[in-house]
Design a protein around this ligand. Structure first.
Ligand SMILES: Cc1cc2nc3c(=O)[nH]c(=O)nc-3n(C[C@H](O)[C@H](O)[C@H](O)COP(=O)(O)OP(=O)(O)OC[C@H]3O[C@@H](n4cnc5c(N)ncnc54)[C@H](O)[C@@H]3O)c2cc1C
Ligand SMILES: *[C@@H]1O[C@H](CO)[C@@H](O)[C@H](O)[C@H]1NC(C)=O
Ligand SMILES: *[C@@H]1O[C@H](CO)[C@@H](O)[C@H](O)[C@H]1NC(C)=O
Ligand SMILES: *[C@@H]1O[C@H](CO)[C@@H](O)[C@H](O)[C@H]1NC(C)=O
Length: 597
């Protein structure tokens, strides 16, 4: 049952066992283990819930024997699983919406930051680490998926995983599905609030293009639905990031039709073969072909078994909402360079294709989608870019050299077009619609612990990102919120600055950023829901200032010793990106590229 959510499989070496075991709260134990805030929080929560709710059982302070395992269960990046990673004072694990309401009220009262975690897949760990004293609101118990086939819809709770969503739909119908991500352990709460895309986006758009209602808890602890929150806030929580606006309890999603038989394939070429021709043509075909076809292309530096030399492998993976014969005919006409044959194709049910995309072995039962696979993660870093003009063959060849030179990171091209081109850029906060041929993901995963390895691989992926500058979107250089990347800008700890927020906000949201700021200012003027890349309030709102003073007075009254949270602890998470002089194509070529396109 080997399975991995990584796009670029790791060589399977178990060095994790070498990490010295360290007591989780050690970063704080010298000063304060958070027991005073735990006490105040518990009192407040008890005041705001009924005795029957036994709220104390849902809290994990640092002194709890289960604290480390609860914290680690949904850490999905081993970089943030070290003794020096900042830890929450208390983890709150609600089983009902009313617990969430009480938590919001009481987190404000004790003056601690509240981080909401659903599936924990944030690439930079923003749902479970912070630069300020904080609490985690951990949604893993709120995971119901209620499918209504007659209405072709479902209510899905934030703590459900995508695998659980797909499984529950499949149990009720073999001809319905939902367009969302390919990794089954990703959480609904972060995925949908951040946009959510998967291998049906050319047919049905993003996950958020198929969200019709939601239940949230706002900053005042009120439980709201689409009608009571209003269209502006409902717009914002469909791609603007949940962490800036509210706690998402659940979304109502519209199911989409899928055929009884779909087809998948994976075709690989090396660049010494005709890999460059295939990669070039992919850019012309994948964003323009039938909406029923999604093709992802992976570009990975590898060592050739035959020559022992480093080279680049081009792999194309596809999902086609139809049978193999019509797919072979379609690509025979549009993409003869790939030479797709029927033997390369596998016909299967949609749910089997979900398992195939998640790298499960052939014939694995759909039950595997229910495995949450807790407390397991690689060390990883991801970055993103958008490409609006095809890269020339010369450009690709230059990129192959750079991939080989840099070492480990690979690139994943995800075709857009189709339905994505039809939806206006302002329909949801996610702006990367018509005009974008594909999204690029930069991907590096490693299994050696320690600061040296981390520094090396972060440096590699940042160099590659720098090299790609001539080929990707500019002004702003756009990025995908769900591919969280703190390199593109962060809010300084304790600040609520429009100017700082605009640095990353304009990249994630382009022209939609200002509307998000307006919604944010209206619904959370004191900036309670915040993180290192959240939406700031309006500069002249100023509402934040007084409340901050008030909050810190609370903090001083309740927490005797302020808890120091060094962030980043030892690793340069926010080290500014150094421009690389070599990061441009050979002299004169940059212009030539533009001209050739
Ligand atoms: C292995 C892997 C594969 C991935 N594949 C895809 C993919 O195919 N397509 C894609 O679009 N993305 C993909 N992603 C990115 C993923 O969609 C985002 O990381 C997403 O935010 C994860 O949601 P989560 O609930 O698991 O994360 P979390 O880490 O729990 O949360 C992410 C962010 O959302 C906030 N948040 C979480 N829950 C709530 C809530 N209930 N209310 C308010 N705010 C909340 C958090 O505070 C944090 O800011 C992948 C990530 C990984 C690690
Ligand atoms: C809880 O309620 C009691 C009685 O109303 C009050 O005295 C106390 O201050 C409250 N505590 C908190 C933390 O809200
Ligand atoms: C965290 O580290 C421990 C060892 O200290 C390991 O057992 C566990 O699997 C790791 N979890 C993750 C999510 O990396
Ligand atoms: C998986 O199944 C397909 C079709 O049923 C078959 O062609 C293929 O060889 C199988 N692959 C493996 C690794 O078993």
């Amino acid at each position: 049952m080997a399975h991995s959510c990584s796009l670029l499989p790791l060589p399977f070496i178990l060095v994790l066992a070498l990490i010295p075991f360290s007591c989780i709260p050690s970063a704080q134990s010298a000063t304060d283990d958070g027991s005073s805030v735990h006490e105040s929080l518990l009192q407040c929560l008890q005041n705001n819930t009924t005795p029957q709710e036994q709220i104390s059982k849902l809290l994990y302070p640092q002194t709890s024997a289960s604290y480390a395992s609860v914290l680690r269960a949904y850490i999905r990046n081993a970089r943030f699983n070290t003794s020096s990673t900042p830890k929450p004072a208390v983890i709150i694990t609600p089983t009902k919406a009313s617990h969430v309401q009480a938590t919001v009220i009481c987190a404000k009262k004790v003056g601690y930051q509240l981080k909401t975690r659903s599936g924990g897949h944030d690439y930079d760990g923003l749902s479970y680490i912070s630069d300020q004293p904080f609490l985690i609101l951990d949604m893993f118990n709120l995971k119901s998926v209620q499918v209504d086939i007659k209405d072709e819809s479902a209510w899905v709770e934030a703590g459900a995983t995508l695998g659980e969503v797909y499984y529950n739909i499949w149990q009720r119908s073999k001809v319905h599905g939902f367009p969302a991500g390919v990794c089954p352990t990703v959480g609904v709460g972060g995925h949908l609030s951040g946009g959510g895309y998967g291998n049906m986006l050319r047919k049905y758009g993003l996950s958020v293009d198929n969200v019709v209602d939601a239940q949230i808890v706002d900053v005042n602890g009120k439980l709201l639905d689409r009608k009571s929150m209003g269209e502006d806030l409902f717009w914002a929580i469909r791609g603007g990031g949940g962490g800036s606006f509210a706690v998402i309890i659940s979304y109502k999603i519209k199911l989409v039709p899928v055929p009884e038989t779909v087809t998948v394939f994976r075709v690989e070429r090396f660049v010494e073969e005709d890999g460059t021709d295939v990669a070039y043509k992919w850019q012309l075909v994948a964003p323009k072909t039938s909406n029923d076809l999604f093709m992802r292309m992976l570009l990975q530096p590898v060592t050739s078994k035959a020559t022992k030399k480093k080279t680049v492998r081009v792999s194309v993976l596809a999902l086609y909402l139809g049978n193999a014969d019509s797919l072979v005919a379609l690509l025979g006409k549009e993409f003869p360079e790939m030479g797709l044959k029927k033997e390369n194709c596998m016909e299967m049910s949609w749910i089997q294709s979900v398992l195939w995309w998640a790298n499960f072995d052939n014939g694995t039962s759909p039950d595997a989608l229910l495995d949450r696979n807790p407390d397991s993660a690689d060390f990883l870093k991801r970055k993103s870019d958008y490409v609006q003009n095809p890269i020339s063959k010369d450009g690709l060849q230059w990129i192959w050299q750079k991939l080989i030179e840099v070492g480990k990171p690979g690139l994943v091209f995800n075709a857009y077009g189709g339905r994505m081109d039809e939806i206006p850029a302002s329909d949801t906060p996610f702006p990367h619609r018509a005009g974008n041929l594909y999204k690029m993901q930069y991907s590096v995963s490693w299994d050696e612990p320690g600061a040296e390895a981390e520094k090396n691989y972060l440096n590699q992926i940042r160099r590659l990102y720098s090299y790609m500058t001539p080929f990707v979107s500019k002004n702003p250089r756009s990025a995908f919120l769900n591919y969280r990347d703190v390199d593109i800008g962060v809010m300084e700890p304790g600040k609520d600055s429009y100017e700082q927020g605009r640095v990353y906000g304009s990249k994630y949201f382009n022209a939609n950023f200002d509307r998000l700021v307006k919604v944010k200012t209206a619904v959370d003027p004191e900036n309670f829901f915040r993180n290192e890349q959240s939406i700031p309030t309006l500069p002249n709102g100023k509402a934040g200032m007084t409340s901050h003073t008030r909050c810190s007075r609370y903090t001083r009254a309740i927490v005797k010793t302020p808890v120091p949270h060094p962030f980043p602890p030892t690793n340069p998470v926010y080290e500014p990106l150094q421009p690389h002089e070599e990061g441009v194509p050979p002299a004169g070529d940059g212009k030539a590229y533009e001209a050739k396109l």
